[in-house]
Design a protein around this ligand. Structure first.
Ligand SMILES: [Zn+2]
Length: 140
């Protein structure tokens, strides 16, 4: 299931890239348009691969959400959907084998690991100790 989510995330990135490419830039030369079309074609074929990976059920949900939101997949961190910033009820914690969706906004949720907060160790550096003066050979 995680593999499917990964594919879906990649699909989302690809789709937003395609969106950007389809937006015609002002004063674009034909040469540029040509290369854009080439890139679009490449992305579209990659998209086909991802679509197969994601599967029709999840894809259908994704497409539906894409019409509503710019991003259909939202990360969830510490039980909070980062799509709508709502804390999710604890009882709806992710169940194995199921793709989670947010109760509020309906986005497909992608769990992200909480970054481990490392408290900065106090690095109080004392003055470098004065080297014992003495020349080579005179060390006791
Ligand atoms: Zn949400």
């Amino acid at each position: 299931m995680i593999a499917k989510l990964q594919a879906l995330l990649t699909l989302q990135e690809l789709d937003s890239l395609l969106d950007q490419l389809s937006e015609p830039a002002a004063g674009e030369e034909e040469r540029t348009v040509g290369s854009t079309a080439k890139a679009t074609k490449k992305l579209r074929s990659k998209r086909q691969t991802l679509v197969r990976e994601v599967g029709s059920e999840l894809l259908g949900r994704y497409e539906e959400l894409r019409r509503r939101y710019r991003r259909a997949v939202a990360p969830v961190r510490g039980g909070v959907c980062l799509g709508c910033n709502t804390r999710r009820p604890t009882k709806s914690a992710s169940r194995a084998g199921r793709v989670d969706t947010c109760e509020r906004c309906g986005r497909i949720l992608f769990p992200v690991q909480e970054p481990i907060a490392m408290p900065a160790a106090p690095t109080r550096r004392g003055k470098p100790r004065k080297q014992a003066s003495g020349r080579k050979g005179s060390v006791a």
